[in-house]
Design a protein around this ligand. Sequence first.
Ligand SMILES: N[C@@H](CCC(=O)N[C@@H](CS)C(=O)NCC(=O)O)C(=O)O
Length: 213
Amino acid sequence: MIDLYTWQTPNGEKPVLMLEECGLDYRLHMVDISAGEQKTPEFLAINPNGKIPALVETTAVRTDAVFESGATLVYLAEKTGRFLPPSGPERYETLAWTFFQAGGTGPMLGQWYHFEKSAPEKLPYAIERYRKESLRLLGVLDERLKDREWIAGAYSIADMMNFGWVRTGLSALKTEGAADLSNLFAWTERVGSRPAVKAAIEKLDQAKRAKTG
Ligand SMILES: N[C@@H](CCC(=O)N[C@@H](CS)C(=O)NCC(=O)O)C(=O)O
């Protein structure tokens, strides 16, 4: 059985998208990061970095504990043989666009959000630096999508990895209707209309409401 520890955030959503696409059975454990549940000794035993998401799979012969959203997607892809080519250039292209998110839009948008919304002091240099870099990264993805339906070959973990951050970034950076990001807007519509994506978003929403009331 797979136990998924997560919360309703762009990173927390990723393994739920994959579990729903693959039709796997799993138990959803909501870890309230606003209440500090990701720093409890029980959770740190699963992810020493104290961040969601993380998953644990227990079978008759072994227990696997996996943290980092990208690693959870690769784990599930290798378990099912789906959404990540098994070898060759297509596999590395998919992994490259998967980790592009982990090292790019995630940290840059995260820092922009912090300096724009949470920092006690308004630092125009920091706000502008992370805003510009976030927009540049979204532009790289937009260019990538100008002549293709999905980020790397068929729909893959690269799309699942990028979806939540692109959606959040496009809306938080107030890019509505930006002509130079039109391929990206069209792609978010395509991803968002997949039944598994709708089911994942709905499940997380319900689970969060059940936990926080
Ligand atoms: N690189 C990590 C980032 C995980 C991450 O930043 N998770 C956030 C929620 S989106 C979190 O747990 N924040 C709580 C904290 O930092 O204490 C991944 O992709 O899994």
